[in-house]
Design a protein around this ligand. Structure first.
Ligand code: PAF
Length: 281
């Protein structure tokens, strides 16, 4: 596996591969790699000639300075995991390399970056879109792999790609869960042992809501799940919403022609966790 620390070196290497007609699979990450990331790398390995991964804790997508500061950084461990998973090239740029000048580009996501995650993390998706666009420009991947845990992020990245006519093929990949159901996340390592034991409540309540779909409205399920979270005072719920999986707008009724997804964000032990579950296809 080759490591590149600057865009220039990365691009000289990748340009040659692209000229040779190689298909490039790209997995953008912020490091603190876990099985969820590795599953993206393994999928990219199966579907491409060359697998590129980036590790960059993107400062402009953090709307909270302490969250940025506390974001886990485990570069040595990450590098040890990448090669066995099938990564050929890892790109580890500095902030100066990614942002040599103040960021000027902006996108119009309409309501998409103002609901759910966007409502609670203002500016977050703009920062994600800017960095993903820049990474795509540098890597020029054939396919890019994103985990469905960040469901709204995928919708925002798709919108950004439409706005710039990006030729990249975005591949959404299933959520990887711990055996007890907790969605894998780089933030999980920040949970105390006690909080880690409690965290699967999120998955359990998502599942409880899903069992109600056949004979309850989305509003009734939301009311029930919110009331269940209130029974667990260690969880501070930011939102639980059942939305149309295409538009991400709240659903008033389940119907066979619209797919529904439940999305949740909660604080537990000062760690913000998100998850989601399809409620109807
Ligand atoms: O999902 C993430 O880890 C980040 O938002 C991403 C896509 C690597 C951009 O910084």
């Amino acid at each position: 596996m080759i490591q590149f620390y600057t865009s220039d070196e990365l691009q000289s290497h990748l340009t040659l591969l692209i000229k040779q007609g190689k298909a490039l699979g790209f997995v953008p990450t912020m490091g603190a790699l876990h099985e969820g990331h590795l599953s993206l790398i393994r999928r990219a390995r199966l579907e491409n000639d060359v697998v590129v991964c980036s590790i960059f804790v993107n400062p402009i997508q953090f709307n909270n300075a302490s969250d940025l500061e506390k974001y886990p950084r485990t570069l040595e461990a990450d590098l040890a995991l990448l090669e066995p998973a099938g990564c050929d090239v890892v790109f580890i740029p500095s902030v100066e390399d990614m942002y040599p000048e103040p960021v000027k580009e902006s996108f119009n996501f309409g309501y998409l970056d103002k609901i759910m995650e966007g409502k609670f993390r203002p500016g977050h998706f703009e920062g994600v879109a800017v960095v993903v666009r820049r990474l795509f420009e540098k890597v020029q991947p054939t396919r890019a792999y994103f985990g469905l845990k960040d469901y709204q992020q995928i919708a925002v990245v798709k919108s950004m790609m439409n706005q710039i006519n990006s030729p990249v093929n975005l591949v959404p990949c299933e959520i990887v869960r711990e055996p007890d159901g907790l969605a894998m996340s780089s933030r999980n390592v920040r949970l105390s042992a006690e909080a880690r034991d409690r965290a699967p409540v999120i998955f359990q309540l998502l599942k409880s809501g899903r069992t109600m779909v056949a004979n309850h409205s989305p509003a009734q399920i939301v009311e029930y799940v919110v009331s269940q979270f209130q029974l667990h005072p260690d969880f501070e719920l930011e939102y639980f919403e059942i939305v149309d999986s295409e538009t991400l707008l709240p659903l008033e009724a389940f119907s066979p022609d619209r797919s529904a997804i439940a999305c949740v964000a909660v604080w537990l032990n000062k760690v913000r966790l998100i998850d989601n579950m399809l409620y109807s296809d």
